[in-house]
Design a protein around this ligand. Sequence first.
Ligand code: COA
Length: 162
Amino acid sequence: MSKAIYPGSFDPITFGHLNIIKRATKIFDELYVVVLNNINKKYFFSIDERIEITKESLKNFPNIKVESFNGLLVDYAKEKGINVIIRGLRAVSDFEYELQLANANRSLNENVEILFLMTDTEFSFISSTIVKEVAKFGGNISQWVPKNVENAIIKKISNNNV
Ligand code: COA
């Protein structure tokens, strides 16, 4: 059975991520969507919230497991015995960062292969940051995120009064 990992911060998951996930599940029998921490980021949602929101958003997708890991991506991959990591590229601007991540991960574990899928153009400008910023100023985000994500963002903003 072919397996792959789709890692990310998912703070929160957007239709751009879903675009990659849907396409990856057509290539692999099982996809592990893993919620990780980028230590350079200050997160809007806690790790538990990110996991819960991601699980809810993917509940109708077959052959997906949502997990989290507090450590290196390559260690998670080793623990699972999975050698393929999927990443999405939205624009040329993603390339440099992704190249660095891919090379660092391959240097840590040469058995891992990183595969890139180009995010479909209609989602190429979406980022979790843009979604949160637009929501904070009362803009419509329903075309960029699933309903449960929209509700979670609005709830968090009103609870935090931000
Ligand atoms: N559609 C829309 N948006 C997308 C997208 C897509 N297909 N793919 C990525 N994005 C956006 C995300 O929304 C996010 O936006 P934001 O910066 O506004 O929040 C941005 O692109 C990057 O997010 P992500 O892909 O989650 O990367 P990241 O930099 O937050 O985290 C990890 C990358 C979690 C995979 C990496 O930090 C990691 O592996 N951490 C574990 C520790 C580790 O191994 N570190 C060493 C790495 S060499």
